[in-house]
Design a protein around this ligand. Structure first.
Ligand code: ADP
Ligand code: MG
Ligand code: MG
Length: 251
């Protein structure tokens, strides 16, 4: 589903190279975790997959379902089923969460050449998704993320993800900002949305999140390269021994 080949990328403005040859394959249905010390390039990798313009790919490729997405803009990638969860959620004063969700869903449909949802159809979908994720419907009447608790922000994010029905979910979670309740919300959401045709790339600094989202594969990113790949036990090993051993072996 996702095949990253020898990806080199730099910051467009300064030319600073951040990714230095990332190789990564994610299959449909897989939950792949990317771990690594701060500053390794984890967030950069997620931005580049989603198509953010501040970065330049200088070498290598990103294939999604066998085709390069490097020439696609973020909206085209989203329409093709790539979803990026935001590490720092956008606050939109004056726009009810429900309205935001409807706009997001309809712009995705438009990009796919599909008709806008009618109000009753949208309401039915949002109610179903909110119910499944145990989200209080009243929350959706409030402006997106404004005054939301950490947990509510995560609920809104997971709900958005659920409505957009992505095929590849890239979730960059700086767990440092997540309390245990928010962590559970993310984990429960991912587990509820797990499906044979849907893959997750869960980016995390800590093993903690992976106690709740059990990954199929764990990759360690360090200085812009994947230096180690393993199964879920690799996360436990990193938790017990820190990154030093893995970094030492790779050096
Ligand atoms: P991580 O998410 O693993 O902590 P990041 O992707 O945020 O790592 O950052 C990787 C490295 O790239 C860091 O050294 C960071 O300072 C640098 N970096 C990221 N974005 C920029 C930018 N826009 N300009 C300059 N340096 C950047
Ligand atoms: Mg960081
Ligand atoms: Mg980061």
């Amino acid at each position: 589903m996702l095949e990253i080949k020898n990806l080199h990328a730099r910051v467009a403005e300064t030319g600073t190279e951040i990714l230095r040859g990332v190789d990564l394959t994610v299959k449909p249905g897989e939950i792949a975790a990317i771990m690594g010390p701060n500053g390794s390039g984890k967030s950069t990798l997620s931005y580049i997959i989603s198509g953010r313009e501040d970065y330049e790919v200088t070498e290598g490729d990103i294939l999604y379902n066998g085709e390069s997405i490097l020439e696609m803009d973020p909206a085209e990638r989203a329409a093709a089923g790539v979803f990026l969860a935001f590490q720092y959620p956008l606050e939109i004063p004056g726009v009810a969460t429900m309205t935001f969700l409807r706009t997001a869903l309809n712009s995705q449909r438009k990009a796919r050449g599909e008709a806008e949802l009618t109000t009753p159809e949208f309401m039915r979908r949002v109610k179903d998704a909110a119910g499944e994720l145990k989200i209080d419907f009243n929350m959706l009447k409030r402006p997106l993320n404004v005054g939301f608790s950490g947990g509510e922000k995560k609920r809104a994010e997971i709900l958005q993800m659920s409505l957009l029905e992505p095929k590849l979910c890239v979730m960059d979670e700086t767990d440092s900002g997540l309390d245990i309740d928010a962590l559970r919300i993310v984990a429960d959401g991912v587990n509820a949305l797990r499906a044979p045709e849907r893959a997750f790339l869960v980016i995390t600094h800590y093993q903690r999140l992976l106690e709740h989202i059990v990954p199929d594969t764990v990759h360690v990113l360090y200085k812009g390269r994947i230096i180690r790949t393993g199964g879920k036990e690799l996360a436990l090993e990193l938790e017990a021994n820190g990154y030093a051993d893995v970094i030492g072996e790779a050096a």
